[in-house]
Design a protein around this ligand. Structure first.
Ligand code: GLY
Ligand code: MN
Ligand code: MN
Length: 441
Protein backbone atom coordinates (compact mmCIF):
# COMPACT_ATOMS: atom_id res chain seq x y z
CA UNK A 1 0.00 0.00 0.00
CA UNK A 2 1.27 3.51 -0.86
CA UNK A 3 2.34 5.57 2.17
CA UNK A 4 -0.16 8.23 1.09
CA UNK A 5 -3.02 5.74 1.38
CA UNK A 6 -1.69 4.44 4.69
CA UNK A 7 -1.69 7.99 6.08
CA UNK A 8 -5.20 8.55 4.78
CA UNK A 9 -6.43 5.36 6.45
CA UNK A 10 -4.96 6.48 9.74
CA UNK A 11 -6.46 9.94 9.38
CA UNK A 12 -10.06 8.89 8.72
CA UNK A 13 -10.13 6.39 11.59
CA UNK A 14 -11.77 3.05 12.17
CA UNK A 15 -15.40 4.16 12.28
CA UNK A 16 -15.22 5.62 8.78
CA UNK A 17 -15.28 4.39 5.20
CA UNK A 18 -14.20 6.39 2.15
CA UNK A 19 -15.29 6.21 -1.47
CA UNK A 20 -12.86 7.89 -3.86
CA UNK A 21 -13.58 7.78 -7.61
CA UNK A 22 -11.16 7.99 -10.54
CA UNK A 23 -11.80 10.36 -13.44
CA UNK A 24 -13.68 9.38 -16.59
CA UNK A 25 -12.64 9.93 -20.16
CA UNK A 26 -13.87 13.20 -21.65
CA UNK A 27 -15.32 13.35 -25.15
CA UNK A 28 -13.49 15.63 -27.53
CA UNK A 29 -15.90 15.20 -30.41
CA UNK A 30 -18.25 12.39 -31.40
CA UNK A 31 -16.34 9.19 -30.64
CA UNK A 32 -12.91 10.62 -29.92
CA UNK A 33 -11.69 11.52 -26.46
CA UNK A 34 -9.21 13.97 -24.97
CA UNK A 35 -6.04 12.34 -23.71
CA UNK A 36 -7.00 10.82 -20.36
CA UNK A 37 -5.99 12.71 -17.23
CA UNK A 38 -6.40 10.88 -13.93
CA UNK A 39 -8.10 12.65 -11.03
CA UNK A 40 -5.13 13.92 -8.96
CA UNK A 41 -6.71 13.08 -5.58
CA UNK A 42 -7.45 9.51 -6.67
CA UNK A 43 -3.99 9.27 -8.21
CA UNK A 44 -2.35 10.56 -5.03
CA UNK A 45 -3.91 7.81 -2.93
CA UNK A 46 -3.79 4.90 -5.36
CA UNK A 47 -1.37 5.58 -8.22
CA UNK A 48 -3.89 3.73 -10.42
CA UNK A 49 -3.82 5.22 -13.91
CA UNK A 50 -7.07 3.99 -15.50
CA UNK A 51 -10.45 5.71 -15.85
CA UNK A 52 -13.75 4.58 -14.28
CA UNK A 53 -12.25 3.01 -11.15
CA UNK A 54 -13.44 3.51 -7.56
CA UNK A 55 -11.34 3.05 -4.42
CA UNK A 56 -13.13 2.01 -1.22
CA UNK A 57 -11.10 2.50 1.91
CA UNK A 58 -12.30 0.78 5.06
CA UNK A 59 -9.78 1.10 7.92
CA UNK A 60 -11.62 -1.31 10.24
CA UNK A 61 -11.59 -4.07 7.66
CA UNK A 62 -8.52 -6.02 8.75
CA UNK A 63 -8.38 -8.26 5.70
CA UNK A 64 -9.28 -5.80 2.96
CA UNK A 65 -8.91 -2.17 4.00
CA UNK A 66 -8.39 -1.17 0.37
CA UNK A 67 -10.74 -2.39 -2.35
CA UNK A 68 -10.39 -1.22 -5.92
CA UNK A 69 -13.28 -1.48 -8.37
CA UNK A 70 -11.85 -1.46 -11.91
CA UNK A 71 -12.79 -2.03 -15.52
CA UNK A 72 -12.58 -5.79 -16.07
CA UNK A 73 -10.30 -7.37 -18.65
CA UNK A 74 -12.09 -7.56 -22.01
CA UNK A 75 -10.21 -8.76 -25.12
CA UNK A 76 -12.51 -6.95 -27.55
CA UNK A 77 -12.45 -3.61 -25.69
CA UNK A 78 -8.70 -3.91 -25.16
CA UNK A 79 -8.12 -4.52 -28.88
CA UNK A 80 -9.98 -1.33 -29.66
CA UNK A 81 -9.12 0.96 -26.76
CA UNK A 82 -6.02 -0.35 -25.00
CA UNK A 83 -4.86 -2.63 -22.23
CA UNK A 84 -6.52 -2.85 -18.84
CA UNK A 85 -5.10 -3.99 -15.53
CA UNK A 86 -8.30 -5.78 -14.63
CA UNK A 87 -8.86 -7.08 -11.12
CA UNK A 88 -5.70 -9.23 -11.08
CA UNK A 89 -3.51 -6.30 -12.16
CA UNK A 90 -5.10 -4.00 -9.57
CA UNK A 91 -4.05 -6.40 -6.81
CA UNK A 92 -0.67 -7.38 -8.24
CA UNK A 93 0.57 -4.07 -9.60
CA UNK A 94 -1.32 -1.52 -7.51
CA UNK A 95 -1.41 -3.36 -4.20
CA UNK A 96 -5.16 -3.33 -3.71
CA UNK A 97 -6.16 -5.81 -1.00
CA UNK A 98 -9.11 -6.82 -3.10
CA UNK A 99 -10.33 -5.88 -6.58
CA UNK A 100 -13.74 -6.27 -8.16
CA UNK A 101 -15.18 -5.37 -11.55
CA UNK A 102 -16.68 -1.87 -11.52
CA UNK A 103 -20.10 -3.28 -12.47
CA UNK A 104 -20.26 -4.84 -9.01
CA UNK A 105 -19.90 -1.52 -7.18
CA UNK A 106 -23.57 -0.68 -6.79
CA UNK A 107 -24.62 -4.11 -5.58
CA UNK A 108 -21.73 -4.16 -3.04
CA UNK A 109 -22.39 -0.66 -1.74
CA UNK A 110 -24.78 -1.38 1.13
CA UNK A 111 -22.71 -4.33 2.31
CA UNK A 112 -19.54 -2.22 2.39
CA UNK A 113 -20.91 0.97 3.89
CA UNK A 114 -23.52 -0.13 6.42
CA UNK A 115 -22.31 -0.09 9.99
CA UNK A 116 -19.88 2.81 9.54
CA UNK A 117 -20.51 6.03 11.42
CA UNK A 118 -18.95 8.26 8.78
CA UNK A 119 -18.78 8.19 5.02
CA UNK A 120 -16.01 10.17 3.35
CA UNK A 121 -17.35 11.09 -0.08
CA UNK A 122 -17.35 14.24 -2.16
CA UNK A 123 -20.73 15.00 -3.71
CA UNK A 124 -20.97 17.16 -6.81
CA UNK A 125 -18.16 15.74 -8.93
CA UNK A 126 -19.45 12.45 -10.37
CA UNK A 127 -23.21 12.57 -10.99
CA UNK A 128 -23.66 8.88 -11.61
CA UNK A 129 -21.87 7.95 -8.41
CA UNK A 130 -23.77 10.67 -6.49
CA UNK A 131 -27.02 9.03 -7.58
CA UNK A 132 -25.86 5.57 -6.55
CA UNK A 133 -24.84 6.81 -3.12
CA UNK A 134 -27.99 8.89 -2.58
CA UNK A 135 -30.15 6.00 -3.59
CA UNK A 136 -28.25 3.69 -1.21
CA UNK A 137 -28.70 6.14 1.65
CA UNK A 138 -32.41 6.72 1.09
CA UNK A 139 -33.12 3.01 0.72
CA UNK A 140 -31.20 2.15 3.86
CA UNK A 141 -32.81 4.88 5.95
CA UNK A 142 -36.20 3.30 5.51
CA UNK A 143 -34.76 0.04 6.76
CA UNK A 144 -32.79 1.63 9.55
CA UNK A 145 -34.76 0.33 12.49
CA UNK A 146 -34.72 -3.20 11.16
CA UNK A 147 -31.36 -4.32 9.84
CA UNK A 148 -29.44 -1.51 8.23
CA UNK A 149 -27.30 1.20 9.68
CA UNK A 150 -26.10 3.74 7.11
CA UNK A 151 -23.54 6.41 8.11
CA UNK A 152 -25.03 9.42 9.88
CA UNK A 153 -22.20 11.73 8.88
CA UNK A 154 -20.96 12.45 5.39
CA UNK A 155 -17.62 14.22 5.14
CA UNK A 156 -15.86 15.68 2.13
CA UNK A 157 -12.48 13.89 2.08
CA UNK A 158 -10.87 16.53 -0.06
CA UNK A 159 -9.83 18.85 2.77
CA UNK A 160 -7.90 15.98 4.30
CA UNK A 161 -6.36 14.77 1.04
CA UNK A 162 -5.45 18.28 -0.05
CA UNK A 163 -3.74 18.99 3.25
CA UNK A 164 -1.69 15.84 2.72
CA UNK A 165 -0.91 16.81 -0.88
CA UNK A 166 0.27 20.24 0.23
CA UNK A 167 3.17 18.79 2.23
CA UNK A 168 5.40 16.95 -0.18
CA UNK A 169 7.28 13.80 0.81
CA UNK A 170 10.91 13.24 -0.22
CA UNK A 171 9.76 10.97 -3.04
CA UNK A 172 7.40 13.63 -4.31
CA UNK A 173 10.11 16.29 -4.16
CA UNK A 174 12.36 14.02 -6.24
CA UNK A 175 9.69 13.71 -8.90
CA UNK A 176 9.07 17.46 -8.81
CA UNK A 177 12.80 18.13 -9.19
CA UNK A 178 12.85 15.88 -12.24
CA UNK A 179 9.82 17.65 -13.68
CA UNK A 180 11.52 21.00 -13.01
CA UNK A 181 14.77 19.84 -14.64
CA UNK A 182 12.98 18.72 -17.78
CA UNK A 183 11.18 22.05 -18.03
CA UNK A 184 14.33 24.09 -17.28
CA UNK A 185 16.27 22.30 -20.03
CA UNK A 186 13.39 22.88 -22.45
CA UNK A 187 13.48 26.62 -21.71
CA UNK A 188 17.26 26.67 -22.29
CA UNK A 189 16.70 24.88 -25.60
CA UNK A 190 14.11 27.50 -26.55
CA UNK A 191 16.62 30.27 -25.77
CA UNK A 192 19.20 28.54 -27.96
CA UNK A 193 16.73 28.02 -30.81
CA UNK A 194 14.76 31.26 -31.00
CA UNK A 195 15.43 33.68 -33.81
CA UNK A 196 13.51 36.32 -35.75
CA UNK A 197 11.23 34.87 -38.42
CA UNK A 198 10.37 31.72 -36.47
CA UNK A 199 6.80 31.12 -35.40
CA UNK A 200 5.67 30.86 -31.77
CA UNK A 201 4.33 27.40 -32.65
CA UNK A 202 7.84 26.22 -33.55
CA UNK A 203 9.14 27.23 -30.12
CA UNK A 204 6.17 25.42 -28.59
CA UNK A 205 7.12 22.32 -30.60
CA UNK A 206 10.77 22.49 -29.48
CA UNK A 207 9.74 22.74 -25.84
CA UNK A 208 7.14 20.01 -25.94
CA UNK A 209 9.39 17.73 -27.99
CA UNK A 210 11.96 18.02 -25.22
CA UNK A 211 9.31 17.24 -22.60
CA UNK A 212 8.22 14.06 -24.35
CA UNK A 213 11.74 12.96 -25.25
CA UNK A 214 12.70 13.15 -21.58
CA UNK A 215 9.92 11.16 -20.02
CA UNK A 216 7.22 13.77 -19.42
CA UNK A 217 3.77 12.45 -20.32
CA UNK A 218 2.55 15.84 -21.47
CA UNK A 219 2.57 19.52 -20.67
CA UNK A 220 1.39 20.47 -17.18
CA UNK A 221 -0.88 23.13 -18.75
CA UNK A 222 -1.24 24.67 -22.19
CA UNK A 223 2.09 26.33 -22.97
CA UNK A 224 2.09 30.10 -23.32
CA UNK A 225 4.45 31.26 -26.07
CA UNK A 226 3.94 34.97 -26.59
CA UNK A 227 6.12 37.10 -28.85
CA UNK A 228 5.99 40.91 -28.61
CA UNK A 229 2.72 42.28 -27.27
CA UNK A 230 1.26 38.76 -27.07
CA UNK A 231 3.23 38.56 -23.83
CA UNK A 232 0.86 41.12 -22.32
CA UNK A 233 -2.04 38.62 -22.61
CA UNK A 234 -1.73 36.54 -19.45
CA UNK A 235 -3.22 33.31 -20.80
CA UNK A 236 -2.17 33.67 -24.43
CA UNK A 237 -2.26 30.15 -25.88
CA UNK A 238 -2.81 30.74 -29.60
CA UNK A 239 0.95 30.41 -30.11
CA UNK A 240 0.81 31.04 -33.84
CA UNK A 241 2.42 34.42 -34.54
CA UNK A 242 5.74 35.21 -36.14
CA UNK A 243 8.59 36.19 -33.79
CA UNK A 244 10.00 39.54 -34.75
CA UNK A 245 13.44 41.07 -34.51
CA UNK A 246 13.68 43.48 -31.59
CA UNK A 247 10.81 41.91 -29.65
CA UNK A 248 10.76 39.84 -26.49
CA UNK A 249 9.24 36.39 -26.18
CA UNK A 250 7.54 35.20 -23.00
CA UNK A 251 7.43 31.43 -22.48
CA UNK A 252 5.38 29.94 -19.66
CA UNK A 253 5.71 26.17 -20.00
CA UNK A 254 5.90 23.26 -17.58
CA UNK A 255 6.14 19.49 -17.84
CA UNK A 256 3.87 16.83 -16.41
CA UNK A 257 6.24 14.13 -15.16
CA UNK A 258 4.94 11.01 -13.39
CA UNK A 259 1.95 13.05 -12.31
CA UNK A 260 3.89 16.11 -11.10
CA UNK A 261 3.85 19.57 -12.64
CA UNK A 262 6.59 22.10 -13.14
CA UNK A 263 5.77 25.69 -14.03
CA UNK A 264 8.48 27.97 -15.43
CA UNK A 265 8.30 31.34 -17.15
CA UNK A 266 11.20 33.01 -18.86
CA UNK A 267 11.19 36.14 -21.02
CA UNK A 268 14.05 36.86 -23.41
CA UNK A 269 14.84 38.79 -26.60
CA UNK A 270 14.02 36.99 -29.85
CA UNK A 271 17.32 38.15 -31.41
CA UNK A 272 19.47 37.43 -28.37
CA UNK A 273 20.04 41.03 -27.16
CA UNK A 274 17.79 43.03 -24.84
CA UNK A 275 17.17 46.63 -25.90
CA UNK A 276 17.73 49.27 -23.23
CA UNK A 277 14.00 49.80 -22.48
CA UNK A 278 13.40 46.02 -22.40
CA UNK A 279 16.29 45.61 -20.02
CA UNK A 280 14.99 48.36 -17.75
CA UNK A 281 11.65 46.60 -17.32
CA UNK A 282 13.29 43.18 -17.15
CA UNK A 283 15.65 44.03 -14.30
CA UNK A 284 12.81 45.44 -12.23
CA UNK A 285 10.82 42.23 -12.57
CA UNK A 286 13.93 40.14 -11.90
CA UNK A 287 14.77 42.00 -8.70
CA UNK A 288 11.20 41.53 -7.47
CA UNK A 289 11.29 37.85 -8.37
CA UNK A 290 14.51 37.32 -6.45
CA UNK A 291 13.17 39.21 -3.41
CA UNK A 292 9.92 37.19 -3.42
CA UNK A 293 11.80 33.93 -3.86
CA UNK A 294 13.91 34.84 -0.86
CA UNK A 295 10.72 35.61 1.10
CA UNK A 296 9.31 32.15 0.36
CA UNK A 297 10.35 30.64 3.65
CA UNK A 298 8.93 29.22 6.82
CA UNK A 299 7.10 31.74 8.96
CA UNK A 300 6.40 34.28 6.22
CA UNK A 301 2.86 34.30 4.90
CA UNK A 302 1.55 34.11 1.37
CA UNK A 303 -0.05 37.53 1.84
CA UNK A 304 3.23 39.11 3.00
CA UNK A 305 4.94 37.78 -0.10
CA UNK A 306 2.23 39.11 -2.38
CA UNK A 307 2.31 42.50 -0.68
CA UNK A 308 6.08 42.59 -1.11
CA UNK A 309 5.66 41.98 -4.84
CA UNK A 310 3.08 44.78 -5.06
CA UNK A 311 5.25 47.24 -3.19
CA UNK A 312 8.41 46.54 -5.17
CA UNK A 313 6.63 46.47 -8.51
CA UNK A 314 4.81 49.72 -7.72
CA UNK A 315 8.19 51.30 -6.96
CA UNK A 316 9.42 49.90 -10.27
CA UNK A 317 6.40 51.30 -12.16
CA UNK A 318 7.20 54.72 -10.71
CA UNK A 319 10.80 54.41 -11.83
CA UNK A 320 9.67 53.58 -15.36
CA UNK A 321 7.22 56.49 -15.42
CA UNK A 322 4.16 54.21 -15.63
CA UNK A 323 2.72 55.54 -12.36
CA UNK A 324 3.14 58.81 -10.52
CA UNK A 325 2.44 59.55 -6.88
CA UNK A 326 3.14 58.19 -3.45
CA UNK A 327 3.71 54.42 -3.37
CA UNK A 328 1.33 54.03 -0.44
CA UNK A 329 -1.51 55.82 -2.27
CA UNK A 330 -0.90 53.97 -5.51
CA UNK A 331 -1.13 50.68 -3.63
CA UNK A 332 -4.23 51.76 -1.70
CA UNK A 333 -5.97 52.75 -4.94
CA UNK A 334 -4.75 49.54 -6.62
CA UNK A 335 -3.16 51.53 -9.45
CA UNK A 336 -0.55 48.80 -9.89
CA UNK A 337 -3.26 46.46 -11.17
CA UNK A 338 -3.14 48.06 -14.59
CA UNK A 339 0.32 46.51 -15.09
CA UNK A 340 0.45 43.72 -12.48
CA UNK A 341 -2.92 42.05 -12.12
CA UNK A 342 -2.23 38.53 -10.82
CA UNK A 343 -0.97 36.88 -7.66
CA UNK A 344 2.73 36.29 -7.10
CA UNK A 345 2.40 32.52 -7.02
CA UNK A 346 0.51 29.39 -6.10
CA UNK A 347 1.03 25.91 -4.71
CA UNK A 348 2.49 23.41 -7.16
CA UNK A 349 2.31 19.62 -7.17
CA UNK A 350 0.12 17.08 -8.93
CA UNK A 351 -1.86 20.08 -10.17
CA UNK A 352 -0.26 23.19 -11.60
CA UNK A 353 -2.48 25.28 -9.35
CA UNK A 354 -2.14 22.73 -6.61
CA UNK A 355 -4.33 21.65 -3.74
CA UNK A 356 -4.22 23.14 -0.27
CA UNK A 357 -5.70 25.96 1.73
CA UNK A 358 -4.30 29.45 1.41
CA UNK A 359 -5.85 30.71 4.65
CA UNK A 360 -5.61 29.58 8.25
CA UNK A 361 -9.11 30.92 8.72
CA UNK A 362 -11.14 30.66 5.57
CA UNK A 363 -13.77 33.11 6.74
CA UNK A 364 -11.51 35.81 8.11
CA UNK A 365 -9.11 35.17 5.23
CA UNK A 366 -6.07 35.04 7.50
CA UNK A 367 -3.12 34.23 5.29
CA UNK A 368 -1.31 30.99 5.95
CA UNK A 369 2.39 30.91 6.83
CA UNK A 370 4.68 28.86 4.63
CA UNK A 371 5.57 25.43 6.03
CA UNK A 372 8.40 23.04 5.21
CA UNK A 373 7.42 20.69 2.39
CA UNK A 374 5.25 23.17 0.51
CA UNK A 375 6.19 23.87 -3.10
CA UNK A 376 5.17 27.23 -4.53
CA UNK A 377 5.79 29.23 -7.64
CA UNK A 378 7.09 32.77 -7.55
CA UNK A 379 6.04 34.68 -10.63
CA UNK A 380 5.85 38.47 -10.63
CA UNK A 381 5.36 40.25 -13.94
CA UNK A 382 4.80 43.58 -15.63
CA UNK A 383 2.52 43.86 -18.65
CA UNK A 384 2.35 47.16 -20.51
CA UNK A 385 -0.49 47.20 -23.04
CA UNK A 386 0.61 48.16 -26.58
CA UNK A 387 -2.02 50.91 -26.78
CA UNK A 388 -1.41 52.38 -23.31
CA UNK A 389 -1.21 56.12 -23.87
CA UNK A 390 -0.15 56.66 -20.24
CA UNK A 391 3.02 54.62 -20.64
CA UNK A 392 6.22 55.98 -22.20
CA UNK A 393 6.17 54.87 -25.85
CA UNK A 394 9.40 52.87 -25.47
CA UNK A 395 7.76 50.51 -22.98
CA UNK A 396 4.46 49.89 -24.76
CA UNK A 397 3.79 46.27 -25.68
CA UNK A 398 6.41 44.86 -23.30
CA UNK A 399 5.25 41.93 -21.22
CA UNK A 400 7.65 40.26 -18.78
CA UNK A 401 7.14 37.48 -16.26
CA UNK A 402 9.80 35.41 -14.53
CA UNK A 403 8.67 32.27 -12.71
CA UNK A 404 10.49 29.71 -10.58
CA UNK A 405 9.33 26.74 -8.48
CA UNK A 406 10.42 26.79 -4.83
CA UNK A 407 10.42 24.17 -2.09
CA UNK A 408 10.11 25.52 1.45
CA UNK A 409 12.48 23.77 3.85
CA UNK A 410 13.05 23.90 7.62
CA UNK A 411 15.82 26.45 7.24
CA UNK A 412 15.08 28.31 4.02
CA UNK A 413 14.14 27.12 0.57
CA UNK A 414 15.36 25.26 -2.51
CA UNK A 415 14.79 26.75 -5.94
CA UNK A 416 13.87 23.66 -7.98
CA UNK A 417 14.25 25.60 -11.23
CA UNK A 418 17.57 27.29 -10.40
CA UNK A 419 19.27 25.71 -13.41
CA UNK A 420 17.15 27.77 -15.78
CA UNK A 421 19.02 31.07 -16.34
CA UNK A 422 17.27 34.34 -15.58
CA UNK A 423 19.96 37.01 -15.31
CA UNK A 424 19.85 39.03 -18.55
CA UNK A 425 23.59 38.55 -19.20
CA UNK A 426 23.35 34.78 -18.69
CA UNK A 427 20.46 34.59 -21.12
CA UNK A 428 22.28 36.66 -23.73
CA UNK A 429 25.36 34.48 -23.33
CA UNK A 430 23.38 31.28 -23.90
CA UNK A 431 21.55 32.76 -26.85
CA UNK A 432 24.70 34.00 -28.54
CA UNK A 433 27.09 31.13 -27.72
CA UNK A 434 26.34 29.26 -30.95
CA UNK A 435 26.47 32.43 -33.02
CA UNK A 436 29.94 33.38 -31.73
CA UNK A 437 31.24 29.91 -32.53
CA UNK A 438 29.93 29.90 -36.08
CA UNK A 439 31.25 33.45 -36.68
CA UNK A 440 34.74 32.32 -35.59
CA UNK A 441 34.84 29.42 -38.00
N1 GLY B 1 1.18 28.62 -16.08
C1 GLY B 1 0.19 28.89 -15.16
C2 GLY B 1 0.65 29.73 -14.07
O1 GLY B 1 1.75 30.23 -14.12
O2 GLY B 1 -0.01 29.89 -13.08
MN1 MN C 1 3.38 29.57 -15.26
MN1 MN D 1 2.39 29.58 -12.16
Amino acid sequence: MRPQLKNFIEAIGKDAIAIIPAAHEVTRSYDTEFKFHQDPDFYYLTGFPEPDAIAVVDPANKKNPYTLFVRPRDPLMETWYGRREGTAGAVKNYKADKALPIEKFESELAKMVNGHEKLYYRFGVDQKLDQQILSYISTQRFRRLKTAYPPHTIVDPITLIHEMRLHKTEEEVELMQKSADIAADAHILAMQSAKPGMNESQIEAIIEHHFRMNGAASVAYNSIIGGGANATILHYVENNAELKDGELILIDAGAHYKGYASDITRTFPVNGRFTKPQREVYDIVLDVEIACLEATKKGNTIKQRHELSIELLTEGMKKLGLLKGKTKDLIKKKKFMKYYMHGVGHYLGLDTHDAGRYFTDQKAKNSRPFEAGMVLTVEPGLYIPPDDKDAPAKYRGIGIRIEDDVLVTEDGNVNLTAKCPKQAEEIEEIMNAGKAKSANK
